[in-house]
Ligand binder design. Structure first.
Ligand code: RNT
Ligand code: ZN
Length: 444
């Protein structure tokens, strides 16, 4: 495989001696021209699809870079039922490393990117360490400066885990008023910080509330914690902040490690809450029954909530947060998202944390896969399928769906990578290996 640079430009090479050794870039271009014709035969404009797919923001989760450790001095210990497993060398240990790693990963990922932070990635200056409930926008100054300089908008999450106040397994729904109030304060603070991000970047920051609250074994009282959660959320969301700066979301879950029998913030709970309060619902692909996928939920919930935040993850047998891949589930979800025509109401983000492989590659694999799935969805001749359906020609609808699967999609993907200024195909791997050797392997 020929090497391409970080900008996706092939190194200058002598004129090909024969057709076998022609320049990789011109081969990609040629393959793309053929692919364009193939898609045009179905009425699809591939140029337009590439451009549109590049323009959809993908929010990359900062926590893949440090195994959800945060900067509060915890050592790889998460909690609240989420846990990164593995000990591949090279974890980012502070903000500067995390930002440098992210920048490098971004050079491998085509299209518009955002970076998704958590409360416990604050970088307060000076000795006095504010409590998590006391954090303010100023404690994220380094992130905001970086965001502005690199033109990478930020998203946000309050962190309701890896903290002594979360040790009892309940946060916003705790029966202990002091615990509940602490987390309410943190939730309110997170919204002010997210809103400051939004102000700084000129686009709303998604602020996603996920709490670990739940019970290992069957509770006798399922109702009270849910009432407390509803009331606590009302307090968290009480401040009215400019919608231009923040979009609020709540994330449901089926179960977690240690909350197998009962999760307070279940799907039904948040579905109801989000539609009543007119905020976004976050669907995480790992948060449902193992055979349940999210694609079919999109058109249903969009009728009742103002918007959706999707966390692309990959559960293997359970909500294991493996690196998201170009799976049927991801492809179906992207297709459905685009078919609804409500792109402005859907945020696409990644949520996984695998500490057993190179973390930069983990970012690149997931983000490239999601961009790929968005591109594939953009290339669908949806009108043709709908037309067949309307005419009752369902054999035609099914046949077309099958034929589309074998169109020369890879050639369009390579073209998208070049247009996005990143290496096509697997060329990025050598660069990731180079970064591992020169940077990551030096971290002890
Ligand atoms: C946990 C949720 C949540 C977290 C991140 C770190 O089950 O998916 O989104 O993964 O906030
Ligand atoms: Zn999630």
């Amino acid at each position: 495989m020929k090497k391409t640079g970080r900008a996706g430009k092939a190194a200058p090479r002598s004129a090909p001696e024969s057709g076998r050794d022609e320049d990789r870039l011109s081969r990609i271009d040629r393959a793309y021209e053929d692919a364009k014709d193939a898609y045009a035969a179905f009425g699809v404009n591939a140029d337009r699809a590439v451009k549109a797919a590049l323009a959809i923001p993908v929010s990359v989760q900062c926590w893949q870079g440090d195994d959800v450790t945060g900067f509060e001095g915890a050592d790889g210990i998460t909690g609240g039922g989420i846990l990164a497993t593995g000990n591949y060398p090279g974890r980012a240990r502070n903000g500067d490393e995390l930002r440098a790693d992210a920048e490098f990963a971004f050079s491998l990922i085509p299209g518009k990117k955002r970076f998704n932070l958590h409360m416990f990635y604050a970088e307060p200056e000076g000795k006095a360490r504010p409590g998590r409930d006391e954090l303010e926008p100023v404690h994220f100054k380094k992130w905001m400066d970086w965001s502005k300089k690199k033109k990478i908008p930020l998203d946000f999450n309050p962190s309701f885990f890896s903290h002594p106040m979360a040790a009892g397994g309940y946060t916003l729904s705790s029966a202990d008023a002091a615990v509940r109030k602490f987390w309410i304060r943190q939730g309110r603070a997170s919204r002010r910080i997210a809103s400051a991000f939004g102000e700084n970047q000129g686009s709303p920051a998604a602020n996603d509330i996920w709490i670990p609250d739940g019970s290992k074994d069957m509770p006798a009282d399922r109702l009270s914690p849910r009432k407390r959660l509803r009331d606590a959320l009302d307090e968290v969301l009480a401040d009215s902040l400019p919608p231009k700066t923040i979009t609020d979301a709540v994330e449901c879950k089926l179960f977690g490690l240690g909350s197998e029998a009962y999760v307070v913030g279940s799907h039904e709970f948040y579905m109801g809450y989000a539609s009543e309060k007119r905020i976004r619902l976050c669907l995480d692909t790992g948060h449902f029954h193992p055979t349940e996928t999210i694609a079919d939920k999109i058109s249903a919930v969009l009728l009742f909530v103002p918007g959706l935040l999707i966390h692309f993850s990959r559960g293997l047998r359970w909500d294991s947060d493996h690196v998201a891949i170009f799976s049927d589930e991801m492809r179906d979800a992207c297709r459905e998202a685009l078919r609804t025509g409500a792109l402005d109401r859907i945020d696409f983000s990644l949520d996984y944390f695998d500490a057993s492989i190179n973390r930069i590659a983990a970012w690149a694999i997931g983000a490239r896969s999601l961009r790929k799935a968005l591109l594939e969805a953009m290339l669908e001749p949806t009108a043709l399928l709908v037309d067949a359906e309307k005419k009752g020609k369902n054999h035609r609808r099914l046949a077309l769906m099958e034929e589309l699967k074998t169109l020369p999609f890879g050639a369009v993907w390579d073209k998208l990578c070049l247009e996005g200024g990143v290496p096509p195909g697997a060329d990025w791997l050598e660069l990731a290996d180079g970064y591992e050797e020169s940077v990551l392997s030096k971290r002890t």
